[in-house]
Design a protein around this ligand. Structure first.
Ligand code: AMP
Length: 408
């Protein structure tokens, strides 16, 4: 990565603006998964050890009306962070103004402050999400340097990432650096064989990813809802399975381009209803009845995928292989977790989103080389697109040792 990292900045005694992604799931004000807060700890702890004044901010949910504010306050995230750090985190419940400015000006080295949800600014003309120039300038005026550790929003140009970075010396935090190293490394410089596993609901969400991975991966194993559009374009009956009719020509084109690289399911778990307790059966890919829909991959598909994964050195996975939210249709996704958890000689990377949630929920959190914290961001990175939140950060200064030493 040619961007500065947090270790390239001098932060002692400085007001460090740290954009984190604390967009954590909450129920009635209680955080149900603090993974994103935990993942931000290395950067926060480093800045504190280096005697910085750490000013944190994040978005949380979407803010369309005043009524969205209370349930999307970051106060519970500040409280959780305080528990994890074992030190006070001063929470300031506004996004601008004298109260915030005074609180920042009174900070001592090694203290942490967090201000309110950046998207509260969206109530006034989507200032945060549209990267309002004045808002970015104002937030930048609150600090001396800027660190972006919010990988989950790196694919968006918002005032709280791109806006601020245009005014201050800036760097990537450890989490952003780690995400880029693992996902970027896997796609651009993979140890081979490199196998990608793609699932999830729709082909349309992942066209860019499939196209990019067709150029890079040795095999692409496809499951989940998106498999049916591919199966239909090959002439198979898919019953009432999810299918994007308008993407049939594209699916055909991708299969032609793939020249055998794409592997589709050979059997499926089908049902007449989309529900948790629906009766279901396993059937061959060519035997789906008109009133049946495929909701998971079958056991022979798992065996086939396991065979294709054997010996792989790099595996990137995005999208569950079935409707994992229903126990009856979660076996494909669970089996992939199980297979990948045993591949100790491979780099195994989950590209965020629902497959990350499924792996964590199923207890495989520690068994992967990397589970991305960003769904949309990791998808765009897998597509090979630049991430505006990263692009806006300061470049590393060239080494002055005078040779091609690879210092950076
Ligand atoms: P995505 O966000 O694109 O990764 O899609 C995740 C969603 O795809 C999950 O909510 C799954 O329930 C859903 N999904 C996976 N397989 C199927 C399927 N065969 N039919 C319908 N939805 C599916």
């Amino acid at each position: 990565m040619n961007k500065k990292t947090v270790e390239d900045l001098i932060v002692s005694g400085k007001k460090v603006l740290l954009r984190v992604d604390f967009n954590v799931p909450m129920q009635d004000g209680v955080i149900t998964d603090d993974n994103r807060i935990v993942q931000a700890l290395p950067t926060i702890k480093y800045l504190l050890e280096e005697d910085g004044k750490v000013i944190l901010f994040s978005h949380l949910g979407r803010i369309k009306t005043e009524a969205d504010k209370p349930k999307n306050s970051l106060a519970p995230a500040a409280a959780r962070l305080s528990e994890l750090l074992g030190q006070p985190v001063k929470f300031v419940g506004v996004t601008r103004g004298k109260e915030l400015e005074d609180a920042i000006n009174h900070m001592k080295n090694g203290e942490v402050l967090m201000f309110e949800n950046t998207r509260f600014e969206d109530l006034d003309g989507n200032k945060e999400s549209k990267n309002d120039k004045d808002l970015g300038t104002y937030w930048a005026s609150l600090g001396d340097v800027f660190v972006n550790d919010a990988f989950g929003t790196a694919h968006r140009a918002h005032a709280s990432n791109v806006g601020i970075a245009t005014h201050l010396d800036s760097a990537a935090g450890f989490l952003v650096e780690k995400e880029l190293r693992y996902i970027g490394g896997a796609v651009d410089n993979p140890d081979r064989p490199f196998v990608a596993i793609l699932g999830g609901a729709k082909v349309s969400d992942k066209i860019g990813v499939i196209e990019n991975l067709l150029k890079k991966a040795d095999k692409i194993l496809i499951g989940g809802g998106m498999a049916y559009t591919f199966m239909k374009t090959l002439g198979y009956k898919i019953g009432t399975s999810i299918c994007e009719e308008d993407k049939l020509p594209l699916a055909k084109e991708l299969l032609e381009k793939a020249k055998g690289k794409i592997i589709l399911p050979v059997d499926l778990v089908v049902s007449k209803e989309f529900s948790a307790d629906a009766a279901h059966r396993v059937t061959n890919y060519s035997d789906i009845q008109d009133d049946e829909m495929g909701l998971d991959v079958g056991p022979n598909t798992i065996k086939l995928f396991e065979k294709e994964l054997k010996g792989a050195k790099t595996v990137v996975w995005n999208g569950p292989l079935g409707v994992f939210e229903f126990e009856a249709f979660s076996h494909g996704t669970r089996s992939i977790c199980e297979i990948l958890s045993k591949m100790k000689n491979a780099k195994t990377i989950i590209g965020g989103g629902d497959s990350a949630a499924a792996a964590i929920q199923m207890g495989y959190e520690k068994d992967f080389t990397h589970i991305s914290t960003g769904g949309g961001a990791s998808l765009e990175y897998l597509e090979g697109k630049p991430l505006p939140g990263v692009e806006a950060l300061a470049d590393q200064e060239p080494c002055d040792c005078g040779s091609d030493c690879g210092c950076h």
